[in-house]
Design a protein. Structure first.
Length: 164
């Protein structure tokens, strides 16, 4: 994540949640980007364009936003990193760690650049940070309701934005 947006007014968030499901299942579910609208409030559509590019359509503070992101690194059962390549500036890494055989910690570290008065105010009030935690909590509920059964998986590797 470091260096992707050097010199810009990036704000950082680091949140985590423990999920009652095995590491492999939790990681596999996170790779199902097109399922994100099922548990991410405000996400209208996520389209996987190819193994390393994803188009997002979300509602942020009552306004539609569309952007493309590039997966820059993906290591199965460990981490997925991305950066936006159009639209609002954002980048991050989600990491997966087996705490116990049936318990997985998901840690999301991200940076974003608030735009406009509403986003700056929401950032100052901690609303964006709270929303990210809410996303993680909803992901936890989503996979736990499925008893750790993921809806699919992509086990490929990505390094420097290229599949390996």
């Amino acid at each position: 994540m470091s260096g992707d947006f050097a010199g810009k007014d990036m704000h950082r968030i680091d949140k985590s949640v423990d999920v009652d499901a095995p590491l492999r299942a939790v990681y596999n579910q996170w790779t199902q980007f097109e399922d994100f609208p099922y548990f991410m409030t405000g996400v209208k559509l996520v389209r996987q364009l190819d193994p390393t590019h994803v188009r997002w359509h979300v509602e942020v503070w009552g306004k539609d936003e569309v952007w493309d992101a590039e997966i820059t690194e993906q290591v199965p059962d460990q981490r997925i990193s991305w950066k936006s390549i159009s639209g609002p500036a954002n980048a991050g890494t989600v990491r997966f760690e087996a705490v116990e055989p049936q318990l997985t910690r998901v840690r999301l570290a991200m940076a974003y650049e608030p735009k406009g008065l509403v986003e700056h105010a929401g950032d100052a009030l901690g609303m964006i940070s709270a929303r990210v935690q809410h996303v993680l909590d909803d992901f936890k509920k989503f996979i736990e309701r499925r008893h750790g059964d993921e809806t699919g998986a992509w086990r490929g590797r990505v390094h420097d934005g290229h599949t390996a």
